[in-house]
Design a binder for this molecule. Sequence first.
Ligand SMILES: Nc1ncnc2c1ncn2[C@@H]1O[C@H](COP(=O)(O)OP(=O)(O)O)[C@@H](O)[C@H]1O
Ligand SMILES: [Mg+2]
Length: 251
Amino acid sequence: MSKTPQITPARNRGMFITGTDTHVGKTVVTTALGVALKKKGLRLGVMKPVETGICPSRREPETDSSRLLRVLAIVDPPDVVTPYQFSDPLSPLAASRKAQQPIDFECIKNLYQELSRNCDRLLVEGVGGVMVPLTEQQTVRDLIVYLELPCVVVSRPTLGSVNHTLLTLEALRDRKIHVLAIVLNQTTSALRSEVEQLQYESTSQLIRELSGIPVVGPIPFEPLLETDWEQGIRQLTEDPAITQLMTILRT
Ligand SMILES: Nc1ncnc2c1ncn2[C@@H]1O[C@H](COP(=O)(O)OP(=O)(O)O)[C@@H](O)[C@H]1O
Ligand SMILES: [Mg+2]
C-alpha cells in the first residue's frame, strides 16, 4: 500500500465502484451496497457518468442507471446521473467518437458536486476497468483522480483473476488512489467440477494474501438476478460480503 495521504471516506462521502473488467458485477455491488446504506438511514445518491449500449436487449433489458435509480428509489434526473449515454454497445471512447460527443470531465465533476449536495453518500459506478479510455487522453483511472474519490474494486474469484486484480491495484496505486476494498463476485452459476472449486478457492485465497487490502466475498451466484433483478439484489444485500463491506466503509 502507498503511504501517501489519501482521500478517505471520512473526508469525502463519495466512492467510485470500479472493477477488473466489464460484466464483473459493478452494478450488482453498487446496488446491493446502496440498499444496505439506505437501510442505515443514509441519504444516498448514485452516478453512472458514462454508459454505452443503452438499447434494451433480452439479456440486459434495463440500463445500469435506470436499474440503480429504480431499485434505490432515487429521483435525481437521469441525465444528471448519467450525462453520457451512448446507444452503441462499444467501449466508451469508440462510442463517443461514433456519436461525435466528447466526454468532458469538468461536466461530470460539476454534476457530481450538484448531486453530492443532497446526500450523505454518493456511489459512482465506473465503466469497464480502470484503463478504459474515455477521451483521447484520459482513462477511467484519470476520472477517479479527477473526482478525488477512493474506490472499491469488484473482481471475479475465477482463474485469471489474480492477474487482473493485481494489475488493477497496481494501476490505482500508481496514481495514489485509495482502494477501500476488493469485492469478489461469482457471476457464473454453480461450480461444476472439483477443479473449478479448487480454482475458485485458491484464486480467492491468493487475492487475499497478495492484495494487501481488505477482501470481501465471494458474493455467491444469485439465480434470482436473471428473473427478478430487484429481488436478487435484496437477497444479496443480506450476504455477509455486503455486511463486511459496510463495516470496512465504517457505515
Ligand atoms: N452474484 C451474481 N449472481 C448472478 N448473476 C450476477 C451476479 N453478479 C452479476 N451478475 C449478472 O452478471 C451480469 C453483469 O453484472 P453487472 O453488475 O451488470 O456487471 P458490470 O456492472 O460490472 O458490467 C448481469 O446480468 C448481472 O445480473
Ligand atoms: Mg454496470
